[in-house]
Design a protein around this ligand. Structure first.
Ligand code: CDP
Ligand code: MG
Length: 138
């Protein structure tokens, strides 16, 4: 049993894809154990993308996450980290396999709709940032 973090980025919220993305997660057999519609704080986003600090896209991706409301999801289930990562698809939607969220619903890397934790260690760190009080449903 694992729990991972998904963020529906501002583009996903503004395109009314909250339901579509949550539907896919639940249909797969995973459980949404935390869910919040929020305007992120800069310090949270900077910590979240800390591994990318100094890279060319860092400022842009941080500002993008701050540009509108986002949805934070805690998602739990067997092998949830890997299962969700595969469901979201490759970082650049042009390379993402059809059937994935990015492969079906996105076209540009700057607006690739979702974030998901890359591994179990990252999931633990990111869940601590976005759900400091812990998951709501267990
Ligand atoms: O989100 P993911 O883990 O698939 O990719 P990442 O390599 O950790 O990059 C984080 C985010 O930065 C991506 O989801 C993109 O939104 C953005 N990015 C970008 O705009 N241009 C790049 N060349 C790489 C990443
Ligand atoms: Mg990443």
């Amino acid at each position: 049993m694992e729990t991972t973090l998904v963020l529906i980025k501002p583009g996903g919220v503004s395109r009314n894809l909250i339901g579509e993305i949550c539907r896919r997660i639940e249909a797969r057999g995973l459980q949404i154990t935390g869910l919040e519609l929020i305007r992120a704080k800069r310090e949270t986003v900077e910590a979240h993308y800390g591994e990318h600090k100094g890279k060319g896209f860092y400022e842009d991706v941080v500002n993008y996450l701050l540009s509108g409301p986002i949805v934070a999801l805690a998602v739990s289930g067997e092998n949830a980290v890997k299962a969700i990562r595969a469901m979201m698809g490759a970082t650049n939607p042009i390379d993402a396999t059809p059937g994935t969220v990015r492969g079906d619903l996105a076209l540009s890397i700057e607006d690739n709709l979702v974030h998901s934790s890359s591994d179990v260690e990252a999931a633990k760190f990111e869940l601590g940032l976005w759900f400091p009080a812990g998951p709501i449903r267990s």
